[in-house]
Design a protein around this ligand. Structure first.
Ligand code: V47
Length: 376
């Protein structure tokens, strides 16, 4: 299923890219830069949409998920972040396990198929807390997929428990972790990382942790934080590093570009991203990451309106119901905390796409009045 509109552009730099896209050839760093620099956003979007429809037709994925952030206490003090707190700072919290189990069960009537669990780097919580959290959730909600802990959290837990990354991931997997979310990747370029998150593992360590997760059979997502102090070359470098690792492991499912929200962060003097940049970033991601099955327009971050438009610019996934979001809202996001399943379906349908409720591994979810089944 491809668009019937002929490709047109006045931007001569886009023609070689067009030839590659229709010829199913891989784009280079220079091609990616041409996409970032082109003034013809519709031509960029047209190409991204071609690839998106070649891969997925009109199918557009969403899920019924719940975010769970067990603690916001964090030893890192990343300039990009408004969520983390020092242990004794006002607003710092850490959930007792029973509290986390109660929150997981609360606040929503539709059966959730995924818990998305991420938090701060807590200096005192033992590794056992996280193993107990995961196994306790699995025991109470055996049908729910646990997408838990960023590469940054895994590396920190490994260091504190004096285990290798592989051992840490193996223990988390044995306790019930089913896959990993894509957070913490930020921008791999050291110059930028040094400014926005110099307390985190570096880009190579993030990629190595993802490699190890994939090697032991855990799928993961990948993100990129854009719209702060990075430049176009840094973004291209980030995308190409992910594409190279994906060639090796095939373990990434979804790429999620995340627009920087500056409010209440030490970088709050920076302007917010514009709708044009957000849409372009989705399109460039689709075109460059040709070996990533899915590109997600995370509505909480982009707003539902821009996420909906993105479904015509390369995105095939809009994330989920979320229910309660903290990381973006602490940084000034004005989107609602959650969205009901029917609203997500309406957004997708009104973009002229076919909504498919998926589980975390992109298997269709079938709902009846009384049951929820994953079609394997
Ligand atoms: O790693 C933190 C980012 C990420 C800010 O895997 C900020 O399906 C903008 O990774 N402005 C966490 N961004 C969120 C995340 C995610 C979200 C949705 C789906 C998935 C998935 C993953 O949020 C962090 C960081 O890159 N972040 N602070 C901020 N002020």
């Amino acid at each position: 299923m491809t668009s019937l509109h002929p490709f047109q552009t006045n931007d001569a730099r886009l023609w070689p890219v067009y030839d590659k896209v229709v010829g199913c050839q891989r784009l280079t760093a220079d091609d990616a830069l041409a996409l970032y620099r082109s003034t013809d956003i519709l031509a960029v979007g047209w190409m991204a949409n071609q690839l998106r429809e070649r891969m997925h037709g009109h199918r557009t994925y969403f899920n019924v998920n719940r975010h769970l952030n067990p603690t916001n206490v964090c030893v890192a003090a990343c300039r990009l972040c408004a969520f983390g707190r020092k242990k004794d700072a006002p607003g710092a919290y850490t959930m007792a396990l029973e509290e986390a189990f109660e929150i997981a069960a609360s606040g929503y009537s539709e059966a959730v198929t995924e818990f998305h669990i991420v938090g701060g780097l807590h200096p005192d919580l033992p590794f056992q807390y996280f193993l107990d959290l995961v196994s306790g959730l699995k025991q109470r909600f055996p049908q729910v997929h646990l997408k838990a802990f960023t590469m940054v959290e895994v590396a920190y837990l490994a260091r504190r428990a004096k285990l290798s990354i592989r051992e840490t991931l193996e223990q988390l997997k044995a306790a019930g972790v089913d896959s990993l979310p894509g957070g913490g990747a930020e921008i791999f370029a050291e110059r930028v990382r040094h400014i926005i998150c110099d307390h985190k593992i570096n880009g190579d360590q993030w990629l190595e942790t993802a490699r190890t997760a994939h090697q032991i059979g855990l799928k993961s997502n990948a993100t990129m934080l854009y719209g702060h102090v990075e430049n176009e070359e840094d973004r291209v470098d980030h995308l190409l590093k992910l594409r190279t690792l994906q060639e090796e492991t095939g373990g990434f499912q979804t790429f999620i570009p995340l627009a920087f929200h500056p409010d209440h962060t030490p970088l709050e003097h920076l302007p917010r991203t514009t709708g044009m940049l957000d849409i372009r970033q989705i399109a460039v991601s689709r075109l460059v990451l040709d070996n990533f099955p899915h590109i997600k327009a995370y509505w909480q971050m982009m707003t539902a309106k821009i996420a909906q438009i993105s479904l015509r610019f390369g995105a095939d996934d809009i994330d989920g119901t979320v229910i309660e979001e903290k990381i973006y809202h602490d940084a000034g996001a004005t989107t609602p905390q959650g969205m009901r399943r029917q609203e997500l379906i309406r957004l997708i349908r009104e973009a002229g796409r076919e909504p498919i409720e998926r589980d975390t591994l992109y298997r269709p979810v079938v709902r009846t009045e009384t049951s929820v089944t994953v079609a394997v």
